[in-house]
Design a protein around this ligand. Structure first.
Ligand code: DCP
Ligand code: MG
Length: 354
């Protein structure tokens, strides 16, 4: 039986800002772009969340919900520094650390002898050290696999932790909404709903054959996850090869121009995601994905000569759209990476903008 800890900082960017200016602690604060420039909230503290403010919300809307909201610009260098300190704390306890983004990671502590092998006590210790040395709080989930640990870390946020012991898994998973399964987005959720499935318990009633028929290879993964089974290793060397954001539109975009109009918002989202991963990734390609109303899809990628830019996504989109030339239900925007540590001195490689 493995022991996995998923550790995730609480309102991370906002927590760093509150640490550096304690007068902010009791105020509702958000970090992100300002209203005038039509920015979005990257995150906000828990005080602001009481007003309904949340990540990815336009700052203008956040200020309507919470007129006293203090909006601070992002200071990525500071967040990165805090993130690196946190990461080095993880490595004191195990080498098997898999960072997911700046503020979260999986730790496989199966072999740890500290605290007589109690992952629960180990998680509290790690959280205590992070608070003492970095000055921000983190929450943790402890379970036998990554899937359950990640869900658990959300349950007692902020500054809390939750253990799902092996004997509790069956009971826990039964009532879990299927939307908590990574990869179950709006489209899958609706499909499942039509099948009468809303929870993992209900999903367990659907046969593997049926799931494979409806969801292809994702079907067998659903079959396992809804039973709390997840064999994925904590992979300390895993490197991302790509990153993308995509959106399915409730109304199809009628033509190429309508698609192009949606690019800026997707690009903002992509840039924010890029900032949250390590800085030693080099972007080598820009990728665009278009899914048409007849469910055919096409992707197009292009080597990057300089920074990622709206104009080159526009060009790619224009070309990709031309392959189907019909209404579009989904647009995706992405990049491919080369790992900095493997990177040769290629003339076409550039670090993405910060
Ligand atoms: N972030 C962002 N844009 C988003 C989501 C997050 O820029 N749409 C940034 C700001 C967050 C950080 O990434 O501080 C970590 O993301 P989390 O999803 O872990 O959110 P928080 O740590 O802010 O809050 P929580 O306490 O819910 O984990
Ligand atoms: Mg977090």
């Amino acid at each position: 039986m493995r022991k996995i800890i998923h550790c995730d900082c609480d309102c991370f960017y906002a927590a760093v800002e509150m640490r550096d200016d304690p007068s902010l602690v009791d105020l509702p604060i958000a970090v992100g772009g300002n209203r005038e420039r039509r920015g979005v909230v990257a995150t906000c503290n828990y005080r602001a969340r009481e007003f309904g403010v949340k990540s990815a919300m336009p700052t203008g809307q956040a200020l309507k919900l919470c007129p006293d909201l203090v909006v601070l610009p992002t200071s990525m260098a500071k967040y990165r520094e805090a993130a690196m300190m946190i990461r080095s704390i993880f490595f004191r306890y195990t080498e098997r650390v898999e960072p997911l983004s700046l503020d979260e990671a999986f730790l496989d502590v199966s072999d740890s002898r500290l605290y007589r092998g109690s992952a629960t006590l180990l998680a509290s210790e790690i959280r205590r050290v992070i608070a003492a040395e970095v000055g921000v709080t983190a929450s943790a989930g402890i379970a036998q696999n990554k899937f359950l640990a990640k869900i658990a870390s959300d349950l007692n946020k902020p500054d809390g932790q939750c253990v799902i012991t092996p004997e509790k898994v069956d009971e826990f998973i039964k009532s879990l909404p299927v939307t908590r399964i990574f990869g179950v987005g709006e489209v899958t959720r609706k499909k499942l709903k039509r099948m009468g499935v809303g929870t993992c318990g209900e999903l367990q009633e659907v046969s593997l054959t049926q799931l494979a028929k409806f969801f292809g290879s994702f079907g067998s993964r659903l079959h396992a996850l809804c039973r709390g089974i997840d064999e994925r290793e904590v992979n300390a060397n895993s490197r991302r090869k790509s990153l993308s954001v995509e959106r399915t539109f409730s109304n199809d975009l009628v033509d190429c121009e309508a698609c192009i109009r949606r690019l800026p918002e997707l690009l903002i989202e992509l840039r924010a995601r890029l900032e949250r991963i390590d800085s030693d990734y080099w972007v080598t390609k820009q990728v665009i994905k278009v899914k048409f109303d007849n469910f055919t899809s096409t992707t197009l990628e292009r080597q990057l000569n300089c920074e990622i830019s709206l104009s080159s996504y526009q060009e790619l989109l224009f070309e990709a759209w031309g392959r189907g030339a019909r209404p579009v239900r989904l647009l995706g925007l992405g990049v491919r990476f080369i790992d900095h540590s493997e990177a040769q001195t290629g003339s076409q490689l550039r670090l993405f903008p910060r």
